[in-house]
Design a protein around this ligand. Structure first.
Ligand SMILES: Cc1ncc(COP(=O)(O)O)c(C=O)c1O
Length: 477
């Protein structure tokens, strides 16, 4: 057994001894029952201290390679050879893993272009504009958060989220959205999916009816189907969700009244009244997904459903469009008792959200950077929105499509007839280097067809060039 010690490398000497002895055992140069050289002797052979060799032997013993007894010294244990391990691995069948959703319930909710070709101008959805000014401000907030001297900021915390952050959110909601709530009516979450999941676990029972907009936000239905709810698609017309088609047994209605996703429609006042009446009479919850109402370019902010019926509404706000999706922070707002119930489930499942992210968000609010960011982004998006609407209006695309979403938000829908061939159009656009997305993956039973274009992350010149090229590509088809 020849052990070589290399003093010029950073690896500790005792670890070098350990690794080499393991190699001897695994290669069969040392067999089960063979004694190791006594530690004093090995130390003098290697020119190292005895305690170094003792440390190595202790490590080998704790890893199960050797045993030590008073009389027998240190000996190699019986170790299962590698081939036997590999053989066993082959014969042990894997533990079966059941599908999360049944085949019929699986939806392809996050459309990807079926090609390796990368568009040079990609109108992808769900992506805000993330520029250097924002990143710098966020970094500043993070650096302050991470220097927190408060020991409580590093320990376990409230499942609702940090009180200071919820206070900031409650102030923000009052200023920006006309929603007045106490911090104990706010629960911080990890975005739309986790929020839907909490609602399913905390407020619903398996098999309950959940009505969703169709076309709509696939996260709403996939999360609910995953929790075995009975998802009912409800059509959307030019006033919003068709309330007269809601099943009376609906326990939850998921809706995007301020900017219907993805059709872009604003829910009319009458429709809101009808929905409120339905929810009150049927004692149903409404999940009001207010994902991008900061970005309204015409008129003032639209009153939320929440401000009209706080008792039945779970109001969802996300920081994905407001800041960046990777931040993964959102909030659900509602009656104190319902929020307490959601917080309980949050506590069972994950105790609370990571503190540093929350502290950073709190700091971003407290410094005034959040309001500054929203105002700055609103101006940028307004310009880009005008550019896309204007270039679309002057293009031949208006012959084929109705342009939807002209007042609000970060995407536009070009709606075609039901026989419009989306796949063909997506392919033709891609051949011209333009990425656009079909409407159908956002539909359940609806046969509506069209193309969705996210523009927030694109510069005006790219938007204009992109639409011109799209118009040419679709005309040539
Ligand atoms: C309709 C809709 N609701 C909510 C969200 C926010 O989802 P999340 O908070 O999971 O990013 C998005 C994001 O793109 C959305 O499009």
């Amino acid at each position: 057994m020849y052990i070589e010690i290399n003093r010029s490398v950073s690896k500790a000497i005792w670890l070098q001894i350990v690794d080499q002895i393991i190699d001897f055992i695994m290669s069969g140069q040392l067999s089960p029952g063979d004694p190791l050289v006594p530690s004093r002797q090995l130390a003098s052979m290697l020119g190292v201290s005895r305690s170094t060799v003792q440390l190595a032997y202790e490590e080998l013993q704790s890893r199960g390679y050797v045993t030590t007894s008073r009389r027998g010294g240190t000996k190699v244990c019986q170790i299962m050879p590698d081939e036997t391990k590999a053989e066993n691995q082959k014969t042990i069948p894997p533990i079966p893993v059941h599908p999360l959703l049944e085949e019929k319930d699986q939806v392809q909710y996050w459309p990807k272009l079926q090609t390796d070709k990368k568009p040079s101008i990609d109108f992808r959805l769900h992506e805000p504009y993330i520029d250097a000014t924002f990143k710098k401000a966020w970094r500043k907030a993070f650096n302050i958060a991470v220097k927190s001297e408060n020991v409580l900021d590093w320990g376990y915390s409230s499942p609702y989220g940090l009180p200071s952050v919820r206070e900031e959110i409650s102030r923000y909601l009052a200023i920006e959205r006309g929603i007045y709530v106490e911090p104990n009516q706010i629960l911080l979450t990890l975005g739309a999916r986790q929020t839907m999941d909490l609602i399913a676990q905390a407020l619903l029972q398996e098999g309950d009816t959940v009505a969703v907009e169709d076309p709509g936000f696939p996260v709403a239905w996939s999360s609910m189907r995953y929790r075995k709810m009975d998802v009912q698609p409800i059509p959307v017309d030019d006033q919003g969700i068709c309330v007269d088609q809601l099943p009376s047994e609906a326990k939850v209605i998921f809706t995007t009244p301020s900017h219907q996703f993805p059709s872009g429609v604003l829910m009319s006042a009458n429709r809101k009244q009808a929905l409120i009446q339905f929810a009150t009479e049927q004692r149903a919850w409404i999940i009001e997904d207010d994902y991008d109402s900061e970005y309204r370019y015409r008129g003032g902010p639209i009153p939320s459903l929440y401000s009209q019926l706080p008792s039945n509404i779970l109001y969802f706000m996300s920081f994905s469009k407001l800041l960046a999706p990777g931040i993964r922070l959102a909030a659900i707002i509602g009656p104190e008792t319902a929020i307490a119930r959601l917080a309980k489930v949050q506590e069972y499942v994950c105790r609370h959200l990571p503190i540093m992210e929350q502290l950073t968000l709190g700091q971003f609010f407290a410094s005034g950077d959040l309001l500054k960011h929203v105002r700055r982004m609103r101006a940028i998006y307004h310009k880009r929105h005008q550019d896309i609407v204007n270039i679309l209006a002057s293009s031949a695309l208006t012959n084929t499509f109705k342009i939807q979403g002209k007042e609000t938000g970060l995407h536009i829908l070009l709606e075609g007839n039901e026989d419009f061939d989306e796949q063909q159009a997506v392919k033709a656009a891609l051949e011209a280097g333009i990425g656009v997305f079909p409407l159908s993956p956002y539909c359940l039973e609806s046969k509506r067809k069209g193309l969705l274009l996210g523009f927030a992350h694109l510069q005006s010149e790219q938007i204009i060039d992109g639409i011109n090229r799209l118009a040419d590509a679709l005309q040539e088809k």
